[in-house]
Design a binder for this molecule. Structure first.
Ligand code: WT7
Length: 571
């Protein structure tokens, strides 16, 4: 399908001329913005907050926060002091040391951000957990990373299996009337009187900053390690891609449990000293439009799923709000449908700019820029300083318009530096000098990249990455389930939904009640977003002779497509 290109936007963009920048840019230029180019030592939290608090932006609003119960704002100076206080609580009541893993497991609130920044100021590696995770998801991640500290809320505490995690020494609980016993520490009891002053732990560029767990098609979720050096890319892409300027009011809708919510919900805007809006609570079209109007949001970063949900809430709703402050809109997480872009033009009179990257890449790689024509349906072009290509399975570059593996030349600043405890897994991402994304795509003759799908069985549902193996493993823990195979089924709003094919143990009768029971079992055991929306009972699952479930065959059944080569099928 050919869709008409949307012309570049005239104006004063940070990235003024893409071709020129692509030809001449060197990452070295960015390093000079940070103090470590002089001292050799850095701390990303210092660069994001304290640097501004100690300078001219002291009284500038760093954070606007709102949810159903709170409506607050904090200046850079206040952010500095409050994150110092959070750091001091951790320092005095836990033995958190540089390089230790501290997990944050709580819904969005200002305290969550104080704690993340505070822990980073101590040189700890922060592992953010999405609040919807249930006990076994929490356990897997803390166990694999041997986390020493977790910061959570009273409500989520029951999902932390403290006694099953020998490495976990301290559990800091944010909430009212917390009883301190065993490993439990009451955050607020110590926060109020904690000192506003802190000696920051200066670290090396290669020291750990964030540990984001993400799913693949096999095995348990893996810990993707990002280091302080990544902030070079966070800074520069916030400039070029988010096009952030001094006076912007920026809103990224992602939760820090996902990489978008840390990289572009914390570092991108704050490294540039830009006012950041953070909204807690669930998605609601009214509340979202109201947020844009209330703060006069100028730059808005969200996801295709959210745009599609807004789209289905109707155009009349948009008209109830004054959204004229919006200047630049961006999207990430899954393919951005041309239809959504057209809707954006209609209701906001703005282009929605697609951006492509992954947890592992730590920052934007292929994007659409205000200064460039958009070809709706395309992810855009690689950012200056990054080489992208389509390669075959042996690492050979393919010519334009040929489908293959989307790959990136190693060495961009925010590239993951390890898979926690799993060097083989890390190595498996690379063919020679190429990082292989797991996405298939092609590049047109003008250098635009077009996403085609995942090479593996990873499911993207509502912009969240779910590994089929994790869901299957949980399903077979249900007493009625003998075997399970899980696929992503195309869905107009969610991109994909999770569909499970389930073979029952003998003695169990297929019924709608049983389906619901199985769904709830995954929801309670793993996470709501990982629970299959559709379950289909079948006699038997297609398997290879070695016993591996052939999801490819399940998918072909589901979509009424040819099943392809079945020579490895069991019978
Ligand atoms: C996978 C990575 C980085 C934050 C988002 C999710 C898919 C991401 C796009 C896009 C088509 C996209 C890919 C990728 N994806 N952005 N613009 N168009 N697909 O990060 O959870 O690590 O998932 O999301 O399949 O491999 P993630």
């Amino acid at each position: 399908m050919k869709v008409e290109a949307l012309p570049a936007i005239k104006g004063n963009h940070n990235l003024a001329n893409y071709e020129e920048a692509y030809a001449s840019f060197d990452w070295k230029e960015v390093e000079e913005n940070f103090s470590w180019s002089k001292t050799g030592k850095i701390n990303a939290a210092y660069e994001a907050i304290d640097r501004h608090a100690d300078g001219a932006k002291k009284n500038k609003v760093a954070l606007y926060y709102r949810d159903a119960n709170r409506d607050e704002k904090y200046t850079f100076e206040e952010m500095k002091e409050l994150s110092n206080k959070a750091a001091n609580v951790l320092k005095q009541h836990t033995d958190l040391q540089k390089g230790d893993r501290v997990f944050v497991f709580m819904p969005r609130s200002p305290e969550l951000y104080f704690v993340i920044l505070g822990a980073i100021k101590l040189g700890a590696i922060v592992g953010p957990l999405f609040e919807a995770f249930m006990e076994s998801a929490v356990k897997d991640r803390l166990e694999d990373s041997e986390a020493k500290v977790i910061v959570t809320t009273k409500e989520l505490l029951p999902r932390v299996p403290i006694d099953e995690l020998p490495a976990l020494k301290h559990v800091v609980v944010v909430g009212e009337d917390v009883k301190e016993e065993g490993k439990i520490i009451d955050f607020f009891a110590h926060f109020e009187n904690a000192s506003k002053d802190l000696e920051i732990e200066w670290v090396d560029r290669r020291d750990g900053l964030l540990l984001h767990y993400t799913s693949g098609s096999t095995g348990k979720p893996k810990g993707v390690l990002h280091v302080h050096n990544a902030m070079i890319q966070h800074y520069q892409t916030a400039k070029w891609v988010l096009d952030l300027k001094e006076e912007d009011i920026y809103w990224c809708t992602a939760d820090p449990g996902w990489v978008t919510g840390t990289v572009y919900g914390i570092f991108g805007p704050w490294l540039l000293g830009v006012t950041n809006v953070i909204v807690g609570g669930r998605f609601s079209p009214d509340y979202w439009y109201e947020t844009i109007e209330k703060y006069g949001v100028t730059v808005w970063y969200s996801a295709p799923t959210a745009f599609r949900m807004l789209m289905s809430a109707g155009d009349e709703l948009v008209k109830k709000y004054n959204l004229s402050s919006l200047r630049h809109i961006l999207s990430v997480g899954e393919p951005l449908n041309p239809e959504v872009i057209r809707w954006g033009m209609k209701v906001f009179n703005k282009r929605i700019h697609d951006t492509w990257w992954m947890t592992e890449t730590g920052g934007h790689l292929i994007c659409n820029y205000p200064c460039m024509d958009i070809r709706p349906g395309s992810m855009g072009k690689p950012i200056p300083g990054v080489k992208a290509a389509i390669i075959d399975d042996h690492g050979n570059e393919l010519p334009p318009n040929r489908m293959g593996n989307l790959a990136i030349k190693k060495g961009w600043p925010s590239m993951m530096q390890a898979i926690w405890n799993n060097p083989e897994k890390y190595e498996s991402y690379f063919i020679g000098d190429w990082y292989v994304s797991g996405d298939s795509a092609y590049m047109d003759e003008d250098g635009y990249f077009w996403f085609q799908g995942r090479v593996d069985d990873v499911i993207m549902t509502s912009g969240e990455r779910v590994g089929p193996f994790e869901v299957e493993s949980k399903l077979v823990e249900h007493p009625a389930v003998a075997e399970a195979g899980v696929i992503g089924k195309p869905d107009p709003v969610r991109g994909e939904i999770i569909k499970a094919f389930v073979a029952l143990r003998s003695g169990y009768e297929a019924s709608e009640d049983l389906k619901e029971d199985i769904r709830q079992f995954v929801k309670k055991g793993l996470a709501a977003h990982a629970a299959p929306r559709e379950i289909e009972f079948c006699e038997k699952l297609p398997k290879t002779r070695s016993g591996k479930i052939m999801r490819r065959v399940l998918k072909a059944w589901e979509l009424n497509l040819p099943t392809g080569d079945l020579s490895t099928l069991e019978d």
